[in-house]
Each structure stands twice: as structure tokens, then as C-alpha cells.
Design a protein around this ligand. Structure first.
Ligand SMILES: C[S@@+](CC[C@H](N)C(=O)[O-])C[C@H]1O[C@@H](n2cnc3c(N)ncnc32)[C@H](O)[C@@H]1O
Length: 336
């Protein structure tokens, strides 16, 4: 073994490790009944959380790098540009809780500028991806206690906070970037935001990235990229259902469709059946007519006024909003 490799071993052994995974069991067995219910509904509908197996998470990362997908580029640019102003409002916080943390990429900008944070709790439904990101963050921020939570945040989370994390001297900051809030229908968003408010607790803060209403062409291009990555991300759901719940979809017999529904201010993503066909799942036969679709995701776009109304109804106090020069995206800071 070369001496350079030998000398790295003790360092690696000392590297900060994440705390034990908190497994709130977003159970796969539940998915069978959930999937079946969704496919037996009219119109057929499945929740977007099902996109995020290991392949889906990788494909989402590729989407973030696409030219057409202005969301990640714009939000990340805003974080860098406004970071001093943002962190001046957050400097009292000690515990950072992130919903749908994924690769924790934007989080690193916060972590680099908030040295007094002591605890980081990433929450995600994509277990492998969550664990990988938690390891990377722990290794790069040796002072942080990193506690990954494997959970479905669309359920009311009962997070078992340690006594240290529950202490009054541990003001919380919840972070929810990526405009993932847009994946909730409006009534669901209100229920979810009230739950986030409870997790923030008294004296807590909430930093959330929200995509804005804009011209239809820009929106349609963002969800119909020229390289077909978003189509692959959407279609991977069928491959996942075949593997995880024993369905027999033929993914080549479906196609990706995404469009902006102006009346509802949302992108709708669908998987459209190319022909009349029957799919089997858990002893049930599900018929698809030619052109019939499964609605796989909504991505609501907000005006600043509409989001402020929603968030105040949920019990938050708006403190500051940042918007980029082109008015594509917004970042909101709210307090309880
Ligand atoms: C749109 S991506 C955003 C990722 C990252 N926060 C960003 O800003 O780029 C959504 C993330 O939320 C996770 N996710 C989706 N639905 C979830 C759910 N119901 N519960 C927990 N995590 C979920 C996905 O695995 C993914 O990492």
C-alpha cells in the first residue's frame, strides 16, 4: 500500500459521521394500496413522491443542470447574491431542518455562512440519496450533528427530537428550497404549511423557495427539455412501479406530456397511454384507453401576493422576500 494511502486511513476513521438514521417508515407496502387507489381514480393520478427512487433522484439532479430548467439556476444564484442579507436574519438559529433535502446543494451555501448552526436534520423520501448526502455534509462540516430523517413529509411528521434539539436555546430554521411547495395542491399546501409551522416552534424561522407565475413558453420549456431528461424522469415512475409493487407497465407504451394550465397556475405532468392497454397490479386489471393519462405531478406557480396570503393563513409572519432581476423566482423568509 503506498504510504499516502496509509496516512489517510486514521483521518478517514476520524471523519464526522451522521447520527443514526431516523426511519419514520414511508412504507413500501403502503404504496401498493396508494398506487392502486390512484390508478382506479378518474382521472388516474399518482403522487410525485413516487418519482424519487435512486434513479429518479439522479435524473432530478440532471434536470437541475438543464438550460431550460431555470428554477435551480435562478434560486442558487439568488442564494449566493443575497446570502449576507439572508443569513443576517437567521444568525440566531442553531438547528436547520430541511424538507426534501435531496443533494443538499443549496444548503451548503447556508451552512458555509451560518457557522453557529450546530445541528442539521435533512428529511427525504429517497433513502440512499439521503444517506449519501448526509455523509457528505457530515464529513465536510465536522462541527455539525447531522441527523437524517427518512420520511414522507406529506404525512404529519412525528419527529423524535432529542432533548438537546428540543431545548429553548435551539431555535429552529426550516428550509424548503426547490419550489417543492408547488407540488402540493392549494388545500394540501395549507395543511402542510401549518405542520411546518408547528415544527418551527416559537421563535422559529422558515426559508422557502417559490417559483413565480410567468410566460407560458418559459414554463412549458422548463418541463419539456430538449434532451428528454424530464421525460425519462416521468417515465421512470413506471419502471419503479414494476420493480417495487409488481406492476407490469410497458414504459415504451406511454409518453411524457407536460403543459402549463394557465387557469390553475400550474404545470401538469402526465404519462399518456399510446394505445388501449391493460396493466396488472396486485391482482387487479387497470384499463387504459388510448390517450388516457396518469397525472403524475402538479407544479403550482405563485404570485407574491398569493403566496403571502397562503403563508399568513398558515400562521407565519412574512419578514422578507427576495426576487431575481427577471422576476422568475422568489425566496421568502417567515417567522412563527
Ligand atoms: C424537487 S426535489 C428538490 C430537491 C432539492 N431540495 C432542491 O432544491 O434541488 C424534491 C425533493 O424532495 C424529496 N421528496 C419528494 N416528495 C417527498 C415526500 N413526500 N417526503 C419526503 N421527501 C420528498 C425528493 O426525494 C427530492 O429530494
Amino acid at each position: 500500500m503506498p504510504s499516502s494511502t496509509r496516512s489517510q486511513t486514521p483521518k478517514q476513521a476520524e471523519a464526522n459521521q451522521p447520527a443514526k438514521l431516523i426511519d419514520l417508515q414511508p412504507a413500501t407496502s403502503l404504496h401498493v394500496s396508494e398506487v392502486l387507489q390512484g390508478l382506479q381514480r378518474s382521472p388516474k393520478e399518482l403522487p410525485p413522491k413516487l418519482f424519487y427512487d435512486e434513479v429518479g433522484s439522479q435524473l432530478f439532479n440532471q434536470i437541475c443542470d438543464l438550460d431550460e430548467y431555470y428554477l435551480t439556476r435562478t434560486e442558487t444564484g439568488m442564494m449566493w447574491e443575497c446570502i449576507d442579507e439572508i443569513t443576517s436574519l437567521l444568525s440566531s438559529k442553531r438547528l436547520l431542518i430541511e424538507y426534501g433535502s435531496g443533494s443538499s446543494t443549496k444548503t451548503k451555501i447556508l451552512l458555509d455562512h451560518l457557522p453557529r448552526l450546530t445541528h442539521y436534520m435533512p428529511i427525504d423520501i429517497s433513502q440512499e440519496h439521503l444517506l449519501q448526502s448526509a455523509h457528505t455534509i457530515a464529513a465536510n462540516y465536522p462541527h455539525l450533528t447531522v441527523t437524517p430523517v427518512y420520511a414522507d413529509y406529506t404525512t404529519n411528521l412525528a419527529i423524535p427530537f432529542s432533548a438537546k434539539m428540543s431545548a429553548p436555546k435551539m431555535p429552529r430554521l426550516v428550509y424548503f428550497p426547490g419550489s417543492t411547495i408547488g407540488n402540493f395542491h392549494k388545500d394540501e399546501a395549507l395543511v402542510f404549511l401549518k405542520q411546518v409551522r408547528d415544527i418551527c416552534g416559537d421563535g422559529g424561522g422558515f426559508l422557502v423557495g417559490v417559483d413565480l407565475v410567468k410566460d407560458t413558453d418559459t414554463l412549458n420549456a422548463a418541463y419539456n427539455d430538449s434532451q428528454g431528461v424530464t421525460a425519462a424522469f416521468n417515465l421512470n415512475l413506471l419502471t419503479r412501479l414494476n420493480r417495487d409493487v409488481g406492476a407490469d407497465f410497458q414504459p415504451t407504451q406511454f409518453e411524457h406530456k407536460a403543459f402549463y394550465n394557465e387557469e390553475r397556475s400550474r404545470i401538469e405532468m402526465h404519462l399518456v397511454s399510446k394505445k388501449k392497454q391493460i396493466v396488472h397490479l396486485a391482482d387487479q386489471a387497470i384499463t387504459f384507453e388510448e390517450g388516457e393519462s396518469i397525472w403524475t405531478e402538479s407544479s403550482y406557480k405563485y404570485t407574491l401576493q398569493a403566496f403571502e396570503k397562503l403563508i399568513t393563513t398558515a400562521g407565519f409572519h412574512p419578514i422578507k422576500v427576495w426576487v431575481d432581476d427577471q422576476q422568475l423566482f422568489s425566496i421568502h423568509y417567515l417567522q412563527t
